[in-house]
Design a protein around this ligand. Structure first.
Ligand code: HEC
Length: 184
């Protein structure tokens, strides 16, 4: 009788260990770089500058950031990051900027576009401060509850993502400081 109990006990332990092993394996397979990047973007929610409007950085440096003929006074812009306050910019740093239409009584209305900058390794794009530039127009295809900073375009979409000269050339502005960033 004791022998049967012992065998059953060893069997149960072996079964539990094998379950544990298989669950580790399934975690490894979800380790894909695209969803990891999206997850990092989603977590970049520390406010840097909220409710910007007009041309605080000078008329030559400020656009409404939406591709539509709107003046900076007609938009409200919010900037967020994954850095904690006072932390220096490093590889992996993300900034996002949400541009909204300014509605009645100066209130925030529809989101037009979300922009992002992701700091890449030295040498990635020296003329752009080694930032990857990302443009995510709000075309209704993203669920903002799931992806609060927008849905990253694929890396093949080099119109909306990558070494975008039009972004970098303005972010080189003296008021943007040494690292192509205006608000941090
Ligand atoms: C004509 C100048 C100009 C161009 C072009 C431009 N930006 Fe900006 N950007 C600014 C200014 C000025 C700010 C500071 C916030 C504000 O006033 O809206 C800013 C802020 C940002 C921020 C927040 C971090 C920071 O620097 O403060 C991100 C992210 C950003 N821009 C992304 C982009 C992307 C991506 C593009 C190209 C699709 C782009 N920008 C094109 C001027 C520009």
């Amino acid at each position: 009788m004791k022998k049967i109990i012992l065998i059953t006990f060893v069997g149960i332990i072996a079964f539990l260990l094998s379950c544990d092993d298989s669950s580790n394996k399934s975690n490894d397979s979800s380790n894909d770089p695209v969803s990891e990047e999206q997850a990092k973007l989603n977590e970049s929610l520390n406010p840097v500058a909220i409710g910007l409007t007009g041309d605080s950085f000078g008329t030559d440096a400020t656009i409404a950031h939406n591709g539509a003929p709107l003046t900076t006074d007609e938009t409200i812009r919010d900037v967020y990051t994954n850095l904690s306050e006072g932390e220096s910019i490093r590889v992996g740093t993300i900034f996002t900027k949400h541009t909204f239409l300014k509605g009645e009584q100066g209130r925030k209305s529809d989101l037009v576009v979300t922009f992002a900058m992701i700091k890449r390794e030295a040498g990635y794009y020296p003329d752009g401060g080694d930032w990857e530039y990302v443009k995510m127009p709000n075309d209704g295809t993203n669920n903002y509850l799931q992806n609060p900073n927008g849905k990253l375009p694929t890396t093949e979409d080099n119109i909306n993502r990558g070494k975008i000269v039009a972004c970098a050339s303005c972010h080189q502005h003296p008021l943007a400081g040494s690292d192509f960033v205006f608000t941090y």
